[in-house]
Design a protein. Structure first.
Length: 502
């Protein structure tokens, strides 16, 4: 249905995409795999009209096409859903779904028809929300599903899904996959990008692997073992996860005073009173389904939201964390799950993003000397293997995984005593994910205390010594991670009180 031959895209003198071939067949799910910076996003933008090809040939139904804009591509039946949600939060769900193709009657927008159509598409996705409700009042997961609803609401021929499941829990992923299978049965060609290997193998018929902007190969999913896929993606066998587990498998001394102890911390209508303590060098994981209260808890601990119940002690001393400024002053750092709007400052350079935390703590009247700036930036770019290693590059031009490394560098540069990481590996590739996990494991082994949230339970268990289990915005227990696997943790999440809790 769609074929790219020799696809090349230059940014200046550098080729972000170098001679890549891609074939999409009707009624097939085709996954693009590669590390962050491998060229996946550039490839997607090239076939959807968001970026012009510097060289190469794009054909649709056997005829040569060249799209001047995403609108051109949409007119040919090509729709895309991106990981970073590109909807309008201050208008309704129905308006977002119909945006650009609103139904009209007598020259005016037919609001009743718009909402009726939106309701039908949302129902297909198993989403029971009011089409007239304001989009921004819904969770990121719901917004992601609305973006998908928008894409499939028209006569789509080629559907591009870029990390569509990064904000979804398992039940929502199952609903999405059901829709994908239905679209595949109707002959739609689906391009699927995900860093969840299990999901790629669950839904994909064919896989194309990219590395450093170049094509490694195209394979049938059934013929490509997972270990071989990872090796093709990163250019080496990835055996780091076992080493990370070995670092994390250690005994934490809990005989002293915890770095942080929260007792009965909560907020009416948001989170029921919850107890958390974290000791020197301990990684405490927080596990639960989407909407269980994980993020709400850490935002209260950091002062990003105001608690109306409970108390917090830091190193045994009562503390009032009424704002992030107070938390930073007490050497608590927090990396939000929403790195786009609450983390990376896209229009600042990599270096400026890294020193932002230090400079904010000092105040703008005490500017870093250039020698200090250069030393800090160089150290953390090297330590976290930020690619490309150019401190003058705009942070918004980095891949998602490298943006996440820059955020981690920002907070590590402030020398925190407690680091709170909310979904730090969401939407990044297996190599970058291993890099960040290794950093967390090594830093905690040297005494840094960490609160770690991830939707990937294996990741939580790999890094954490204890796991706080949440459900329905309340704490249902704390378990020791030693000897516990993902199925056991799911059992705790689903069957409150049926396992012994530590």
């Amino acid at each position: 249905m769609l074929e790219l031959t020799g696809g090349t895209v230059y940014f200046g003198a550098d080729a972000a995409l170098d001679g890549v071939d891609l074939r999409l067949f009707p009624g097939e799910v085709h996954s693009i795999m590669g590390e962050n910076g491998a060229g996946k996003s550039t490839l997607i933008k090239a076939i959807t009209g968001a970026l012009p090809l510097s060289a190469g040939d794009l054909q649709l139904y056997g005829g040569r096409v060249r799209f001047g804009s995403p609108h051109d591509a949409q007119q040919h039946g090509i729709r895309a859903v991106y990981q970073e949600i590109d909807l309008v939060p201050n208008i309704s769900v129905a308006e977002n779904i119909a945006l650009g193709s609103e139904p009209r009657r007598y020259g005016m927008i037919d609001w009743k028809a718009m909402r009726s159509h939106a309701h039908e598409v949302l129902t297909d996705l198993g989403l029971d929300i009011d089409p007239a409700s304001i989009l921004g009042r819904h969770s990121l997961a719901v917004q992601q599903l609305v973006a998908i609803a928008r894409a499939i609401s028209t006569d789509v021929k080629v559907l591009v899904l870029d990390e569509p499941t990064s904000s979804l829990d398992r039940e929502e992923v199952d609903r999405l996959f059901s829709v994908i299978r239905e679209l595949r049965g109707r002959g739609v060609a689906i391009l699927f990008v995900s860093h969840f290997l299990e999901q790629v193998y669950e839904i994909s018929d064919r896989i194309t692997v990219l590395r450093n902007g170049r094509l490694v190969g195209e394979y049938r999913a059934a013929d490509l073992p997972r270990s071989e896929l990872v090796t093709k993606m990163v250019g080496r066998a990835l055996d780091e996860l076992e080493a990370i587990s070995e670092i994390a498998e250690r005994t934490v001394d809990r005989s002293g005073v915890p770095v942080l102890r929260a007792t009965g911390i909560g907020r009416r209508g948001v989170l029921e009173p919850t107890d958390v303590d974290v000791y020197d060098g301990e990684v405490v994981g927080i596990a639960g389904l989407l909407g269980s209260g994980r993020t709400e808890l850490v935002r209260l601990l950091y002062g990003a939201d105001r608690a109306d119940a409970g108390q917090v002690e830091l190193d045994g001393t009562p503390a009032r964390l009424a704002s992030p400024r107070h938390a930073i002053r007490h050497r608590i750092a927090f990396s939000s799950e929403n790195r786009r709007s609450e983390g990376i400052v896209s229009d600042l350079t990599v270096g400026e993003n890294i020193v932002l935390g230090i400079q904010a703590r000092r105040g703008w009247l005490r500017r870093l000397r250039r020698s200090e700036y250069d030393a800090i930036v160089t150290e953390y770019i090297r330590a976290l293997d930020v690619r490309p290693a150019d401190p003058e590059l705009l942070a918004g031009n980095l891949s998602g995984g490298n943006q996440q490394k820059v955020l981690l560098a920002r907070w590590l540069a402030t020398a925190p005593e407690l680091l709170i990481l909310d979904e730090p590996t969401r939407g990044i590739d297996v190599g970058a994910k291993a890099d960040i996990q290794r950093q967390v494991a090594e830093l905690s082994s040297r005494g840094l205390s960490v609160i770690f949230i991830s939707s990937e339970l294996e990741e939580v268990l790999r890094l954490a010594q204890r796991v706080v289990v949440m459900r329905d915005r309340r704490q249902i227990g704390v378990v020791e991670s030693s000897g516990l696997d993902a199925d056991g943790l799911i059992d705790v999440m689903a069957n409150e009180g049926e396992r012994s809790l530590a």
